[in-house]
Design a protein around this ligand. Structure first.
Ligand SMILES: [Zn+2]
Length: 371
């Protein structure tokens, strides 16, 4: 869906002023409360991860403990990636000067290299949100979600691709930058556009995979196997695999709901040339969608349930997003700017609808037809 009614310059300027005011007032309050929040989440996450790994071992006595351990570890991995990893790596908690919770040094659980994520997500996706051809997160280079993307025969299979992306999300995210640079398949992009060389990119990619695979599929299973026998080695390998799968399914669901819902707009490069700050905010809002729900949903989604607010203020501590959401919504209402929100299942069903809708060839292929 391309944008058709860009508000007047005066409206966008008044809108910008009010959004900036929300930002300034909120950032002035950031401090101890936010630090307490993230430290508490880190304590819970560590306890759940350690607990999950230990409870899984008790599966030696009864299989039910294995199941409980897998779920606990899966939830711990979700919290590590979402409420802690994504937000800390954005620099939201840099003000704490904590050696472990800062955007330069933090690295998350999983097989995606943190530096690669910072380049593709923090910079590319947050700057060029939903600009077709510039934001590689829109459809992840594998799904067609708008008529602005030329239809090709292979898009017929995109519901299946969505399923594979859901199950293997961390692998897709890890490979995202290398795919874009055509490192292994296709004609390589010229070096020089990236701050690092292709050789370093490949080295970092495999180093992080080795680390993640070693820990979940060799180190922990081997320790348990040594004491409790080799069938338990297999049980821990399988348990860690399912815990990673739980994380992948949840993380992808939340991310799809943030940018691929039915009413999320896309933009052309021409539309965004010489974009004013007000226009930038307007694009961030139209390119994102929110989820309504409990405090638990907000924490488990890393507050990406407040995707609109996250895109307006990516370096604001996530703890503040609920507080600013109502204010942002009121400013949007006042300026007649759409604010996309709904329940998790309501939003997710529109994502599925959109994936199916654009998997079919358009009625007429004339380049920039509106959705
Ligand atoms: Zn982000």
């Amino acid at each position: 869906m391309t944008t058709t009614h860009i508000p007047s310059t005066e409206t966008l300027e008044s809108f910008r002023q009010e959004i900036d005011q929300i930002r300034d007032e909120t950032m002035a309050k950031v401090g101890q409360e936010d630090a307490n929040h993230i430290r508490k989440i880190v304590r819970i996450q560590r306890a759940m991860e350690m607990g999950g790994r230990l409870v899984m071992i008790a599966g030696f006595y009864h299989w039910i403990w294995w199941v409980v351990g897998v779920v606990m570890l899966g939830l711990a991995k979700i919290i590590n990636n979402m409420e802690i990893g994504h937000n800390v790596m954005h620099g939201q908690y840099d003000f704490m000067n904590d050696p472990h919770l800062n955007s330069r040094d933090f690295d998350w659980d999983g097989i995606c290299d943190g530096e690669s994520w910072r380049r593709t997500h923090n910079f590319e996706h947050h700057t060029y949100t939903n600009i077709i051809g510039k934001d590689r997160d829109f459809g992840y280079d594998t799904m067609r979600l708008s008529d602005d993307v030329k239809w090709k025969n292979h898009y017929r299979w995109q519901p299946l691709r969505m399923l594979i992306l859901t199950l293997m999300f961390e692998w897709a995210v890890a490979y995202h930058e290398l795919f874009g640079e055509r490192i292994f398949v296709g004609k390589r992009r010229p070096e020089g556009k990236l701050p690092i060389s292709h050789a370093q990119l490949i080295k970092d990619f495999f180093a992080k995979i080795r680390k993640g695979v070693f820990r979940d599929y060799l180190f922990y299973p081997a320790i348990v196997g040594l004491f409790l026998g080799w069938p338990m080695f297999g049980a821990i390998v399988l348990g860690n695999f399912f815990a990673n799968m739980i994380r992948n399914m949840w993380a992808s669901t939340i991310i799809f709901c943030g940018h691929f819902t039915e009413d999320v707009h896309t933009f052309s490069e021409e539309e965004c040339e010489n974009e004013s700050r007000g226009q930038f905010y307007y694009r961030q809002i139209l390119g994102s969608s929110n989820l309504e729900g409990s405090k638990l949903l907000h924490i488990m989604s890393g507050h990406l349930s407040r995707q609109v607010e996250h895109h307006l203020f990516p370096d604001m501590p996530s703890y503040r997003y609920n507080e600013v959401a109502e204010k942002v919504r009121n400013v949007c209402r006042k300026h007649n700017i759409p604010y996309n929100t709904g329940t998790l299942w309501g939003q997710y069903s529109t994502v599925v609808y959109r994936v199916f809708k654009y998997s079919k060839p358009p009625k007429k292929q004339d380049g920039f037809a509106n959705a």
